[in-house]
Design a protein around this ligand. Structure first.
Ligand code: ARG
Length: 438
């Protein structure tokens, strides 16, 4: 392997060390960002007369040519290279000889790798945002296409009546917060580290504003020590993924339960389910289970990155090279989960009759009965006690609150009138107070 530091060394790195040290197999994914940042860098080197305008033009042309070549044939990204940076430099030397050797003037791989990763993270977060927005559309569309009531739960015990669409909206709210977090992560990352050099700048009179503008960053990251040792933007990305994953995982858990035969509220479509090799009757919600499982993996990757960063001294340390494998894996997984969940929701079969019928049992109108008593003049705590006793009585009779006779009800409280039945109708409940929002 050709290395970038031969002068200081007499011995060769062992093959084992070369393999251990290399990151090309992982960071070749940064080729677009590396070439783009290099074009900005050599443009600036020309404009500031650190290299000649001709040399700068040759480098720019050769970099653009390489970009087009890789786009046409990604297989070019192969061979024995330490990382994407040494690969691109080797290609420049191959293409334009000595001028290629000037590309790395006033730059280090430390600011280079940071700028590449920042560009990658910002782009990937923008892609993720669009994908989450599509998922939100799917949730809203499903909510609009279904018009039925259902029980909502606390402690997985039937609690109160809601509309099915309202449950989906709860997830839409979570994903909307995730989008705000994506925007915040992009905003925080949006400072240009290029020009920080290895750690303490360069003796050349570079123009950091120029590369900042060329690369589309909003500002220059001023402290160079911070610039090359900062991986907060990776951690922020991983936090965004983890947050999004726990939201998707909670949806997965809800709908795995709801698709069990005991609940039978929903059924996942054949295209997002799998069967069993042994039990012919099975239709398993594998897509949702995988999302739930992968959420654990993403949180693990985030924790891994935090552990890497927690104790390393300023500034750049090779530990940080691990960031790419972690980030790419976490990003790919999260993006795939968003796409899969979008499909699951689009094709979700909602058993509306079953859902509508569930709201008639399980004492889902108990709180509303207590509210009724309050309207008749009872203090809420007293009303709560009365309804509690009525529920107990109804259970003993194997009955529901709205099935108790008026006479029976009046034994618990004489303020109860015949209008109570109308009051306890699920549809009527939904029309009162704050319950009509969806
Ligand atoms: N492959 C390295 C990384 O990903 C690039 C930076 C190398 N810098 C260095 N001083 N060895 O972190």
């Amino acid at each position: 392997m050709a290395d970038l530091w031969g002068g200081r060394f007499t011995g060769q790195a062992s093959e084992l060390m070369e393999q251990f040290n290399e990151s090309f197999t992982v960071d070749k994914r940064l080729w677009r960002q590396d070439i783009t940042a290099s074009i900005a860098h050599v443009t600036m080197l020309g404009e500031t007369n650190i290299i000649t305008i001709e040399e700068s033009a040759d480098l720019q042309a050769a970099l653009k040519e390489l970009y087009a070549e890789i786009e046409a044939d990604p297989e070019i990204l192969s061979g024995n290279h330490e990382d994407i940076h040494s690969f691109v430099e080797a290609k420049m030397i191959e293409k334009i000889g000595d001028t290629g050797k000037k590309m790395h003037t006033a730059r280090s791989r430390n600011d280079q790798v940071t700028v590449d990763m920042k560009l990658y993270v910002i782009e990937s977060l923008k892609d993720l945002k669009l994908t989450v927005q599509e998922m939100i559309k799917a949730f809203n569309a499903k909510g609009e296409s279904v018009d039925c009531l259902m029980p909502a739960y606390t402690h997985l015990q039937r609690a109160q009546i809601i509309k099915f669409s309202y449950l989906l909206d709860a997830y839409v709210q979570m994903f909307t917060r995730d989008i705000k977090k994506i925007d915040a992560a992009i905003e925080i990352a949006d400072e240009n580290p290029l020009g920080a050099g290895a750690l303490a700048g360069t003796t050349f009179d570079i123009d950091r504003q120029m590369t900042t503008d060329l690369l589309g960053f909003s500002s220059i990251q001023t402290n160079t020590l911070d610039s090359v040792s900062n991986r907060d933007f990776i951690l922020d990305g991983l936090q965004v993924f983890s947050n999004l994953m726990i939201h998707m995982s909670r949806f997965a858990e809800d709908f795995i339960i709801y698709s069990s035969q005991e609940f039978a509220f929903v059924e996942s479509s054949d295209s997002f389910s799998t069967g069993s090799s042994m039990m012919p009757q099975k239709k398993n919600p594998d897509a949702l289970e995988l999302i739930r499982g992968k959420a654990g993996k993403i949180i693990g990757l985030m924790n891994g990155m935090y552990s890497i960063m927690k104790g390393i001294p300023l500034t750049y340390n090779k530990d940080m090279q691990e960031d790419k494998e972690i980030y790419f894996e976490a990003f790919d997984t999260t993006l795939a989960c968003v796409q899969i969940l979008t499909g699951v929701v689009e094709e979700l079969i909602v058993n509306q009759d079953r859902l509508n019928s569930t709201v008639n049992d399980g004492f889902l109108n108990a709180t509303e009965l207590a509210d009724y008593l309050v309207r008749q003049g009872l203090p809420f705590r007293e009303a709560h006690g009365v309804v509690g006793a009525m529920v107990k009585g109804a259970i003993e009779q194997n009955s529901q609150l709205h099935d108790l006779s008026l006479e029976t009800m009046q034994q618990y409280s004489d303020v109860i009138q015949a209008d109570v039945y109308d009051y306890l109708e699920p549809e009527k409940i939904m029309q009162r107070g704050t319950k009509v929002e969806m």
